[in-house]
Design a binder for this molecule. Structure first.
Ligand SMILES: [Zn+2]
Length: 199
């Protein structure tokens, strides 16, 4: 039985490794790229390679950066006394879009989840403590959801940060109990931030 030539099959296989792409979508994308003008595939390959080579986690906060510190860490007009801790780098953009936060961020790189084998060593907690000290942070906002992972992480971080004698707050109303942050819209997130509560 005839099939696509090997190079086309390799393209389909590579696309299938992307999140949310099943076999049919991978085939559709591959066919689109193969039938588009040669420049389209070249542009895509170039953009992919360029982004992969140039974008790295900011050494201070973990958000995306093209060179050295990210634009948020470089921004002198932001309030360094406020530090919002988030699970992943894209969460920073959720807070930025809410326009309700003008402080700094720290990306943990995950949340504690003992069942999945994610313990404190897997998270960037030393970086968080170092940044809070360096910035003379007055308030740490735990900017993640209230699901089991969020709760476990909040309790752990509150204990770790307690020695620094700063205020620790959590997002309030608007973030439904037991939910993660990925489905929260920016307006709700802004409200949850402005009504945050101390823990
Ligand atoms: Zn940064």
């Amino acid at each position: 039985m005839a099939d696509y030539p090997p190079a086309a099959l390799r393209l389909v296989a590579a696309l299938r490794k992307l999140p949310g792409i099943g076999p049919r979508s991978a085939e559709r994308l591959a066919l689109h790229l193969l039938s588009a003008p040669p420049g389209a595939a070249k542009d895509l390959a170039h953009a992919l390679q360029e982004a992969r080579n140039q974008i790295h986690p900011c050494p201070e906060c973990g958000f995306f950066s093209e060179e050295g510190l990210c634009e948020i860490c470089r921004d002198k007009n932001r309030d360094s006394s406020l530090l919002c801790v988030v699970e992943h780098a894209p969460d920073v953009l959720n807070f930025e879009r809410s326009a309700a936060f003008k402080g700094k961020y720290h990306v943990l790189g995950g949340l504690l989840s003992p069942l999945d084998g994610i313990g404190p060593e897997e998270l960037k907690i030393p970086g968080l403590l170092a940044l809070a000290k360096k910035n003379r942070t007055k308030e740490v906002i735990l900017g993640f959801g209230t699901d089991a992972r969020g709760e476990t992480t909040a309790i752990y971080l509150a204990r770790e940060l307690s020695a620094l004698g700063l205020k620790i707050t959590r997002l309030a109303t608007g973030v439904a109990a037991g939910s993660g942050l990925e489905f929260v819209d920016s307006i709700t997130l802004g409200q949850a931030l402005s009504h945050r509560r101390e823990i």
